[in-house]
Write a protein that binds this ligand. Structure first.
Ligand SMILES: O=C(NO)N[C@@H](Cc1ccccc1)C(=O)O
Ligand SMILES: [Zn+2]
Length: 156
C-alpha cells in the first residue's frame, strides 16, 4: 500500500464531520490498508480517515509499545467504521496524547476512563464492546476526528 500524506491541523478536512460509510467494498479495504501503512510509517497508534484527506467515518486503533508510547498496551489492530459511543464513565482520567496532525507535540487531555462503543468492521458487521484506559483514549481521540475535533480543542 502507498503512504498517504497526513493532513496538518488547520487544513479544512480536519474540521469537517465525517460521512457514514455505506459501501463495504474492496475500495474501503484498500483505504484501510493505506491508512494502516501511513500510521505505521509515522509510528502512530491510531489514525482517522480525515487525516489522510478521506471524508469517511473510519479509523484504525493499533496500540503497541513504540518509542512514542513505550507504555502502550499490545492490541491487534482494529478497523472501526461508523462508530458510536453508547455510554461513557463519569470517571475522567488525564493523560498524554499526541496527534499525527500536530507533529512533535504532546498535550495533557482528559478522557472518559471507560466507554461502551458500537461500530461496524470492514465487512459491515456490527460490533459492541467496552473499552478502558489507553485503548478507550485512542478511540475517543479518533472519534473526535470524525466530528471535526482535534486535541487542540480539548487540551487542558
Ligand atoms: O493522530 C493520531 N490519531 O488521530 N495518532 C495518535 C493517536 C493517539 C491517540 C490517543 C493517545 C495517544 C495517541 C498517535 O500519536 O499515534
Ligand atoms: Zn489525531
Amino acid at each position: 500500500p502507498t503512504l498517504l500524506p497526513i493532513a496538518l491541523v488547520g487544513e479544512p478536512i480536519l474540521r469537517q464531520t465525517a460521512i457514514t460509510v455505506h459501501h463495504f467494498d474492496a475500495e474501503l479495504v484498500h483505504l484501510a490498508e493505506q491508512m494502516s501503512a501511513s500510521m505505521d510509517a509515522a509510528n502512530g497508534v491510531g489514525i482517522a480517515a480525515p487525516q489522510v484527506h478521506s471524508p469517511l467515518a473510519l479509523f484504525i486503533m493499533a496500540s503497541r509499545p513504540n518509542e512514542r508510547y513505550p507504555d502502550a498496551p499490545n492490541m491487534a489492530p482494529v478497523v472501526v467504521v461508523n462508530p458510536q459511543i453508547i455510554n461513557a464513565s463519569s470517571e475522567l482520567v488525564s493523560g498524554e496524547e499526541g496527534c499525527l496532525s500536530v507533529p512533535g507535540q504532546r498535550f495533557t487531555i482528559q478522557r472518559h476512563q471507560a466507554i461502551e462503543v458500537r461500530y461496524q468492521n470492514l465487512q459491515g458487521e456490527w460490533q459492541q464492546t467496552e473499552l478502558t484506559g489507553f485503548i478507550a483514549r485512542i478511540f475517543q481521540h479518533e472519534f473526535d476526528h470524525l466530528q471535526g475535533i482535534t486535541l487542540l480543542e480539548r487540551s487542558l
